[in-house]
Design a protein around this ligand. Sequence first.
Ligand code: TRP
Ligand code: SF4
Length: 519
Amino acid sequence: MADDGTHDRGTEPAVRSDGGTKGADDVALDPWGSSTVDDYRKLFEEFGIETFDDVLPRVPTPHYLMRRGVIFGHRDYRPVAEAMRNDEPFATLSGFMPTGDPHIGHKLVFDELIWHQKQGADAYGLIADLEAHAARGLSWDEIDEHTESYLLSLLALGFDPDDGTLYRQSTNREVQDLAFELGTKANVSELGAIYDFDGETEVSYMQSVLTQMADILYPQLEEPKPTVIPVGPDQDPHMRLARDLAGRMRYFGVTEAYASFELDDDERELVAEAYEALVDGDGDSDIRCTDAAEWLRSERPAADALESTIETLESGGKEPLRPRVRFLGRNATEEAFEALIDAVDGEKRVYEGHIDSFDLDREAAEELTRQVELDHGGYGFLPPSSIYHRFMTGLTGGKMSSSIPASHISLLDDPDEGYEKVKSATTGGRETAEKQRELGGEADECPVYELYAYLLSGDDDEFATEVYEECVGGERLCGGCKEQAAELMAEFLEDHQEKREEAKAVLAELDVELDSDRR
Ligand code: TRP
Ligand code: SF4
């Protein structure tokens, strides 16, 4: 999000998730800065976001934003897609800072929540009022006004409040309690490193981060379930922290080991390799640590983690190598630890603080720890998943920003005003009609085409494709194209605003405080 609360983006083509084909090497992932993403490829390479195309085939009936590559990336969406396919419980949640009027960028997230709800998710929409107050300094009066407006648009677009949950951070006691609890697992230097906080950062600002962590895990309070958080990529630092904290709250950790000592991931890989080679070599399962050290020294002399691995193996001496899964008691009470010992079937060895099992596989081990944790009062959180959508280009080119009204369309804009904004938008057209007929327009560079792809075509892929092909084929000229888009936009706004009016009665019936007592 930019300072003004809008989603900003660079000048990326909008049609397919090609990972970003051009643009400066500038990636800033800052939840409160002016985030621009000029090179989506970097998000994959540097931050480890995965491309959505990888999971797309696993989604039963993908949303058009998924099909068109507007939703371009994800973290760990597979379990969500899996739950959807198998009719198992899953959830979706996203939050909105009530700093201004909702606009067409927010509509992307509203639609994502609503779609997941229709696919069977427990859906949550929250108003991040504590964050708006702490991070943006908005007064509670301003916050109240915008809160209502966001909720009306969410309802008008089809969120089902009878089957979903709407809340404000400030009135959700469970969220605040969970935030406090999660705060026991995060420290100040860590928050500083992630968010650039320093000694001058206000304490409430930090509290609002923990509150967001609690929002993200809130759908799992009753029972763990796959949960997807649809957001812009600027929120990714929050997702990484939330996934970490979910893990740190767990009672037990599960790792794989070969002997009594611990190995890091690189070291374990090397030992695994040595073990496999030696077992295959002579069918002898009596392989000692020193045998593996010797094998590595001669067969993998250039490996990265060689020195530390050999050192560890040599300290193991004649101890035989045997693959095992290891349970580490992290936050477990003694009682829970004892219960886990009892629950591990087959051959096992119990140490101070950990248990090695020789018969369970990793997946069964994970399942077991979650069950024992739940039986003993823990949450058993699954790491939350996320999906990321592209930021829309401003209608005036450059960023979409709420401080430049002509650059974006508010969901509250008068239909005539929306019409005019589209008519005055920059395009990917050529200087003259003649050139356009000859060379075709540049739909990939055109904010008007984006409107078609992200919003105006709705679920109609054929229509979106037609606009695209007519444009790049030179059959479509910008004047007529904008006229059509402007009319569709005016229709959309008129219809949406009518539905907002109708939603007022629905909202009044809900248990959402619209008049804050705070000051
Ligand atoms: N920080 C988000 C924003 O700036 C708002 C938010 C608060 C949120 N809690 C959340 C988003 C939980 C997703 C999930 O818009
Ligand atoms: Fe954009 Fe339409 Fe012009 Fe193509 S014809 S460049 S899509 S306005």
